[in-house]
Every structure is written in structure tokens, then in C-alpha cells.
Ligand binder design. Sequence first.
Ligand code: 4AD
Ligand code: MG
Length: 463
Amino acid sequence: MLRTKVKALLQMQPGDTVLAKGWVRTKRGNKQVKFIALNDGSTVNNIQVVADMTRFDEELMKRITTGASLAVTGKLVASVGSGQAVEIQAESIEVYGECDPMRYPLQKKDTSFEYLRSVAHMRLRTNTFGAVLRLRHAMAFAIHQFFNDRGFVYLNTPLITESDAEGAGDMFQVTTLDLAKVPVHNGKVDFSKDFFGKKTSLTVSGQLEGELGATAVGEIYTFGPTFRAENSNTPRHLAEFWMIEPEMAFYDIYDNMELAEAFVKYLVQYALDHNYDDLKFLNDKYDDGLIARLQSVLGIPFQRVTYTEAVEILEAAVAAGHHFEYPVHWGTDFQSEHERYLVEAHFGKPVILIDFPKDIKAFYMKQNEDGRTVRGMDVLFPKIGEIIGGSEREASLEKLEARIDELGMSRKNLEWYIDTRRYGTVPHSGFGLGFERLLLFITGMNNIRDVIPFPRTPKNAEF
Ligand code: 4AD
Ligand code: MG
């Protein structure tokens, strides 16, 4: 007999004899009858298995504990109990693997997120992480769907690179040199002896290579792992995260904003349309505002504000007695508390900030006429702050080179990038969406460590 997944079983009409396989969530009952809740990960919901004890012996039942894996054959019947339409009247039960109730880590009373992080190899089996994993998958699928429908080309950019795209300097070095005896030349590490013959690191962004793709095939996107060695122990930072970076020839900053807004709205709508069970579970268990918050970003246009206007709003808030931990004035980079004030307290909707001071943004952003701001763009969301960072790119060869020099960066290492401006330069734009930041919004989880299966953060690279 073919196995049917629990998700499909729960949608079937009663009548057929079926085979279900999965892991035991709970077992309860009495001497006459046992009720086993079986889950196979296809849905957050369980199928109830009813075992009439005139057919099964106590010895078998003792082996069926939380976490044990089973194959159950039986008739799918209408359920008398509330909570499910159908259940399986068990005819035979095979135990694949027992699960020692004394040792099984998910047996513990402590189900806090902190505890579950310490057993991250097992936490995937909880209802909560099942829901998160299915939503994560659905969002990844929807991202490819969105761009494919619009004719974008999926571009794979290197993970090992020489370039520090963001100029932030927080990179993980990649080396095969023996750290106990590094080769030295004129008092400095001799990277010509290293694997690539130069100093290399893990990428902080695929954007610069993405621009090469966009100025060749028009519209591309990347979707891959991204690494940042910044020592930020916050609920919104990972050392290894995933980023989606679309890059589009012939887009100005306004086209860029429209694409970013359409993109995140599409993803939110997709989750509501395809993963409602998981959202409802998370909504009811942790955050009863989740579904309403997801719906709230769909119907309305995002608020567009310049950085300068935003500073005025924040300064007015301070003048009116609002306390921020970090000071804010023209020229400062906003902290998440400032971003959230704008989104949650002031506008009550997602905000797209543009026209930032050039000194707090990367070298590649298009310079405005005023000489002090650039065409950067950040999309800010409720509960999270920044989920997207992007810009129109500086298309002028002269201005780009001047900015690289002004920042004391090496033009030599960037010649390949500057070539895009030398040969058939075009106005173009792009942005980066932090995949886990998106998932924080979609799932309502509060900590970014709980939306990626195996989080990497300072002092933590387990599993
Ligand atoms: O704002 P960022 O640094 O922009 C870039 O990297 C550009 N190259 C993007 C582009 O224009 N193509 O990062 C983009 C997004 C942020 O808005 C945030 O959502 C996410 O990446 N992000 C992180 N997510 C988790 N952990 C971290 N340490 C992150 N750093 C950035
Ligand atoms: Mg940013």
C-alpha cells in the first residue's frame, strides 16, 4: 500500500484504508482505547490514530511514546472528537524506532526558545519549527516564482571573494595558510603563498558581481548565503544569513522602490494564500497580532520619506519628550529604535527611506545634486526595522572613481567593477532583502536565531 501524507489524509473523505507514517506527538487514552497524535511534517496538524486495545497488546503500546516513529495502517473514518474531521481506526501499527522518554530532549517541560536553541538539532521536530521551516521554504519558492514571472535571471555570485562590497570591513577571511607559521614578507603576511595567491574572504554581498550580470542580461537576482563578521549580538543579526539581491538595468530609484514594495507584498500574500495553517498556528500560539499585521501591509502604499524629513520627525519626537537610547541628528545612521518609531509610532505602516547622507552609505550609491546625499533606499517594517537596503547606483565613471578615491579605497582591486561604467554604462538600481529579516516578519518570531535552522552568531557555530 502507498503511504499518504498527513496533510492529504486530513483533506480526504472517510472510507478508504490508508497507510500513514510519522512521529508520535502525544499518546493518551485508557485500557480500552488509545489515541495517538501522529505528525509527519507535511502540516502542523496531526492525524489522530485510534487504537482499540482489543486488537493491540500493552507491550506494543509501551513502545509508542512521544517522538517514536510509526507506520500505521487502518481505515480512515469520520472523527467523533472535535478538532479533526477524520481519524485512522488502526488495524496494524509498526514501530520503526523507539524514543527513550527519559532522554528525548523534547520531552522536557522547558520548551522556551532559549532551551530549544541548545537542542537545535532536535528542535526542528517541534510544531513551531515545522511551521517556520515550511514558511521558509514557501518564501524561497515564492522568491524564485516572483522573479521568474518577471523575466529575471537567477545569477550565482561567488561566496569566496576578494572584494568588500559594502566597505564595512567585517569579513571572515578564507585561508589555507598554516596560522601557526604564516609566511611573512617585509613584515606583512605574504598572501601570494595563500591558496588564491591573494587575501580572500567570504562574501558580504553579491551585489557588485550582480551589477555585472544586470548590465549584461538586464535583470538578475541572487539568492544565497552571506557572511558578516560584525560582533552584533542582537535579535536581528546573524553572522551567516541569506540575502536576495535583485539588480536591474534601466531602473531609477523610483522603479527600484516600486519593485521592492511589489516584491515584499507578493511574498506576504503568498504566505497567506499557501501557508495559512502555519500562520494560524503561530498566530494563536505566540502572537495574536501576526495575521492582522501581515494583512495590514498589503492594502496600502508604503510611506516614502527622505532621510532629512525622517530626522526632522525624530527630532520633533525627542523635543516632545520621546526618549531614544541613541542620539539622532542629521548625519547619524538610524538605529532600529528610530526605524521602529517611524514605522510603528509615526506612520503606522512600512516606510521607504531615501536620500541618505553619503558618508553613512556605500561608495557605489548614486550621488545627488546637493553633493551631500545619495540615492540610497531602506525599507523599514513593523517590529523589525530595516528589511531591505538598496540604491540607485552611480552610473557616471568620473563620479564613481572620484568617490572611490575620496574614501581611500583601492581602485586597482575594483577595475573589473568600474568597467561596467566604462563600457556602455546605464542607469541601474538594486536592493538586498535579508531573508531571515523577512522571515521574522512573516512568522512573528522575535529572534532571528529562530527562523534559520542552524544559526551562526558570535561564539556559536554548533551543529
Ligand atoms: O543593507 P545591506 O548591508 O545592503 C547590502 O548588502 C547591499 N549590497 C544590498 C544591495 O543593494 N544589493 O544588507 C541588505 C539587507 C539588510 O536590509 C538586512 O535585511 C539584511 O540584508 N542584513 C542582515 N540580516 C541578518 N543578519 C545580518 N548581520 C544582516 N546584515 C544585513
Ligand atoms: Mg543596510
